[in-house]
Write a protein that binds this ligand. Structure first.
Ligand code: TEU
Ligand code: CA
Length: 559
């Protein structure tokens, strides 16, 4: 039952940095690499083992670096390769590893390969991308891009369409072409030789498309859904096994595949314990528990998911990957609203306590936990009072399509949706202190700062022994100290409760019991009645017998 091979990335806690919003060092309002280097002591203090760096490669920034024009160079806004090397070296000296974002489902349309590819039908780079003839004078099929509009862009030069699952400035690479795979694997090797410690692979589940390119089921009355034909496609495992053979297996890396649309059965292949593909995947099911009827259109909604729907998903993943594959654990990243606003309670009275509860709930589960910058401060969603304050291409395009072009949704409702689930919520600047712009920049920040920075900031958190930061620090320390938290088998408890998320972890004679109250009221819970347990962590100092206080979380170890 507990037969996992032990290794560092199963025992590690990862911290994700979105460089654009982390720390500006030169007053241009944009976070950068020297800014990150200057904040490494803060991360050391938190105690994390690994940084996952969102893309820092050269990019025209149509999608904030997820559109790469040169994989072997650094984005001008972020600094130089010398700045990168210094950051890597400083991090390594401090015992912190660095995992790069690998974005190889697509490149920027400004990448040299695409500039060549679009020139002519017989250009040697033509087959690096996915080109199709028009169908009846229109797009080759009805697929909608993830950022609204058709997934196909007509190119005058040769009278054909190219596929872009994301923005039209993110043409999809053609992985069927062995030359593309050679290029990608060479580039990965180049970074490994530089000494990086792993890859987070952007939408890696989308690199193999159904070669028939069929129409998708109707999505929003305008376009069809491409996901059945682009996610977990026919050759994806073959490609990853090749990547593993040719690159990954030659180094000691953390690898995590972002796997939109992944099922448990698929994840068992991607993250197989035999190590033939990846270390783990990011699944999305617990991010997408709201049903179609709860949404306004597509992903856009103003509702909050219920604890029981989230729990059902996470428990299923915990149980069904046991002994088969390794889990990743996350509430937050740069594509999601802030966890405390989405799953907890960001009001003044409950923000801190519910942020700690969510942290306990996730960090005591089995898998490798990821913390997204600011999560350790309990940073919240912000309020965008007009679309002019938004920066994210997904938000801007959806607003244009649904509000302006098709009048499917009112401006007011769309803005409320953006404030609830929009990606910009995660991208407001890191809140370092209570000085102007939260200490993020001395200039004009590229996106607005959350006005609550005067109370919610790192400086205040470091001074307060009861802060969310200190609580995360303790959770990380516990994981490093106790193998039961890393390797113990997961078993759900109180599965009928609508308010309490509880489970136990079992390793040899040890039993770790975890219970989290997801509501703002007192709830009965008799899991801790047995004597002799050692309380590892709780967000309350004292407990009421047989009860959990509002948002109370407890983890007790019985030997
Ligand atoms: O995200 C892909 C993905 O599947 C989603 O989370 C996506 O962001 C979508 O907006 C959800 O509504 C990855 C990156 O994490 C994201 O930042 C990039 O924009 C995208 O790929 C394209 O590279
Ligand atoms: Ca800067």
């Amino acid at each position: 039952m507990n037969n996992e091979r032990r290794c560092w990335w199963k025992e590690a806690v990862i911290y994700q940095i979105y460089p654009r919003s982390f720390q500006d060092s030169n007053g241009d309002g944009i976070g950068d690499l020297p800014g990150i280097t200057s904040r490494l002591p803060y991360l050391k203090e938190l105690g994390i083992d690994v940084i996952w760096l969102s893309p820092v490669y050269r990019s025209p920034n149509d999608d904030n670096g997820y559109d790469i024009s040169d994989y072997r160079d650094i984005m001008t806004d972020f600094g130089t390769m010398a700045d990168f090397d210094e950051m890597l070296e400083t991090a390594h000296r401090m015992g912190i590893r660095i995992v790069m974002d690998l974005v190889v489902n697509h490149t920027s349309d400004e990448h040299a390969w695409f500039v060549e590819s679009r020139r002519s039908k017989d250009n040697p780079y033509r087959d690096y991308y996915i080109w199709k003839d028009p169908r009846d004078g229109r797009e080759p099929n009805n697929w909608e891009s993830a950022f609204s509009g058709s997934a196909w862009q007509f190119d005058e030069q040769t009278g054909m369409y190219y596929l872009h699952c994301f923005s039209r400035k993110q043409p999809d690479l053609n992985w069927e072409n062995p030359k593309v795979r050679d290029e990608v694997f060479d580039m990965m090797t180049w970074w490994c030789e530089k000494g990086i410690d792993g890859f987070r692979m952007d939408v890696i589940s989308m690199i193999s498309k159904d070669p028939r390119f069929p129409d998708g089921p109707d999505k929003d009355g305008i376009y069809g859904d491409m996901s059945p034909y682009v996610c977990n496609g026919p050759r994806v495992h073959e490609y990853l096994r090749e990547m593993n053979r040719r690159v990954l297996s030659r180094y000691d890396l953390l690898t995590v595949g972002e796997a939109a649309g992944v099922t448990i059965e698929e994840a068992q292949k991607y993250a197989n314990l035999d190590g033939s593909e990846l270390g783990m995947v990011f699944q999305f099911e617990h991010m997408d528990t709201l049903q179609a009827q709860d949404s306004v259109v597509g992903k856009w909604t103003t509702r909050k998911p219920s604890m029981s729907s989230v729990r059902a998903v996470l428990n299923k993943w915990q149980i069904q990957l046991e002994g088969k594959a390794w889990n990743s654990l996350y509430w937050d990243n740069h594509d999601q609203p802030r966890a405390v606003s989405r799953f907890g309670n960001d009001s003044d009275s409950f923000r801190v306590i519910s942020a700690k509860m969510l942290a306990t709930c996730l960090h005591m589960m089995k898998g490798t936990p990821y913390i997204y910058q600011g999560e350790e401060l309990g940073m919240t969603n912000t309020v965008f009072s007009s679309i002019d304050e938004c920066r994210d291409i997904e938000e801007l395009n959806a607003y244009r399509q649904y509000v302006e072009e098709h009048s499917l949704v009112s401006a007011d409702v769309m803005l409320r949706c953006i404030n609830t689930v929009g990606r910009d919520n995660a991208r407001t600047p890191m809140q370092w202190d209570d000085s102007a712009n939260a200490g993020f920049t001395t200039g004009r920040p590229w996106i607005k700062v959350n006005p609550n920075y005067r109370t919610v900031n790192a400086k205040a958190a470091l001074e307060d022994p009861d802060s969310v930061f200190r609580y995360y620090q303790k959770l990380i320390r516990l994981r490093h100290e106790l193998p039961v938290i890393v390797y113990g088998m997961f078993r759900p408890l109180m599965e009928d409760s609508e308010s309490i998320y509880a489970y136990e972890r079992l390793l040899e004679t040890q039993r770790l019991v975890v219970a989290c109250n997801w509501t703002d009221t007192l709830q009965p819970c008799s899991l801790f009645e047995r004597s002799g347990g050692r309380e590892l962590i709780s967000n309350y100092e004292t407990h009421q017998k047989g009860m959990l206080a509002p948002y109370e979380a407890r983890a007790v170890l019985y030997e």
